[in-house]
Design a binder for this molecule. Structure first.
Ligand code: DGP
Length: 214
């Protein structure tokens, strides 16, 4: 019989070097330790054919028109949309490292309009909560590895952070939670768990769609 409670869809967003990947890995271990059925996804998913084009672009091995790369990022999310829905329907918690909000923030930081950037992701499954790991571009730069990929520049990250701020205004305090990611790793992890833990027993409300009112 199908599980009457679906899994929760959780998205973790943030600037480059905000600690998303570390926090998502910590969350994964916690979910496993608690015996919760969960899947971790990461966008861009660089393993698919589209993902490999994105990877080459991000490493500056290839150049693409700003709109073309935006559409590839979106297509990379659409590639996994059906499997996200299936996993949620089967009661699995899905945690996603980046999602459509990065799409809007990074592409509109290059000057594309917000409306144009949002359009290709319209109707994707909407997260039940987005956790935004907030860090200043200065703090991010002081962390190791910064500057290796295309968008890892302070002026880009400053714009991206401002656009994430604009996007957050469309959500309420339950659907978008900002965490100070400049804090100690354990402190951030415990705040993340406070948000995710209660959602892991499943949800009975239907899944929403982007960009319908949250
Ligand atoms: P990551 O693998 O999390 O380091 O992300 C790769 C980079 O790609 C990061 O600088 C953010 C950027 N990015 C992620 N998603 C999108 C998107 O949909 N559109 C654009 N333009 N950039 C994105």
């Amino acid at each position: 019989m199908e599980n009457p409670r679906r899994g929760a869809f959780i998205v973790v967003e943030g600037l480059d070097r905000s600690g998303k990947t570390t926090q998502v890995a910590t969350l994964k271990s916690r979910l496993e330790a608690e015996g919760i059925s969960a899947t971790i996804l990461k966008f861009p998913d660089r393993t698919t054919a589209i993902g490999q084009m994105i990877d080459s672009y991000l490493r500056s091995h290839s150049d693409l028109d700003d709109r073309a790369i935006h559409l590839l990022f979106s297509a990379n999310r659409w590639e996994l949309a059906t499997s996200i829905e299936r996993m949620l329907a089967a009661g699995t918690t899905v945690v996603c490292d980046r999602y459509a909000f990065s799409g809007v923030a990074f592409s509109s930081a290059k000057g594309l309009s917000l409306d144009w950037c949002r359009a290709p992701d319209e109707s994707l499954p909407a997260p039940d909560v987005t956790i935004f790991l907030d860090i200043t571009p200065e703090q991010a730069q002081s962390r190791g590895g910064y500057g290796e990929e295309r968008y890892e520049k302070q002026e880009v990250q400053r714009k991206v952070r401002a656009i994430f701020g604009e996007i957050s205004c469309e959500f309420n305090e339950e659907t978008w939670v900002t965490i100070d990611a400049g804090k100690e790793r354990e402190e951030v992890a415990s705040q993340v768990w406070k948000i995710v833990g209660p959602l892991t027993s499943g949800l009975s409300r239907p899944l929403k769609r982007l960009w319908h009112p949250q």
